[in-house]
Design a protein around this ligand. Structure first.
Ligand SMILES: [Zn+2]
Length: 157
């Protein structure tokens, strides 16, 4: 019985053991999203995204809803993102003041401050939950994921 539960638990970690899939989980934290929205926000080719979504679906971490020609994805349980936040909190604690981290990572590791908005898609984020952070001309911007950050960078070159 217990070993079965540990196996199921391990399967969930296996499904999440990919940076892009973790990014998808963070993207879906407060809302459902269509595949095309996620392609935009993640900056990921659709074929690639579909593969990741298939894994998440196979392990019942996301559920889908069909509306017209669009398929919307959402997290199957709020604890998926909660557990991810806990791991991130641990990493923030462990890495505070670590000089070997890149500037980008150190920005991400900063303590939580009041909510900010992704300047591209308008999603509400906190530095703790944002997928990406970028420092430009002394100001820090936060983004839901790589796609939005790239759009912002291209627009402000
Ligand atoms: Zn965004």
């Amino acid at each position: 019985m217990y070993s079965q539960i540990f196996q199921l638990h391990a399967d969930v970690y296996a499904a999440l053991s990919n940076p892009k899939r973790l990014e998808i989980v963070h993207l879906l934290r407060d809302q459902e999203m269509s595949v095309s929205q996620m392609v935009e926000m993640l900056g990921l080719p659709q074929a690639n995204l579909s593969q990741h979504l298939m894994v998440l679906r196979e392990f019942h971490l996301v559920t889908t809803r069909k509306k017209g020609t669009n398929i919307y994805y959402k997290l199957s349980h709020k604890n998926i993102v909660k557990s991810s936040d806990l791991i991130r909190e641990m990493l923030i604690g462990q890495n505070r003041g670590n000089e070997n981290l890149t500037e980008e990572l150190r920005l991400k590791m900063k303590d939580m401050v009041p909510l900010v908005r992704d300047p591209v898609c308008g999603m509400r984020l906190s530095p703790k939950t944002a997928g990406r952070a970028l420092k430009q001309k002394g100001k820090t911007y936060y983004f839901c994921a790589e796609g939005c950050e790239n759009k912002f960078v291209n627009k402000h070159k």
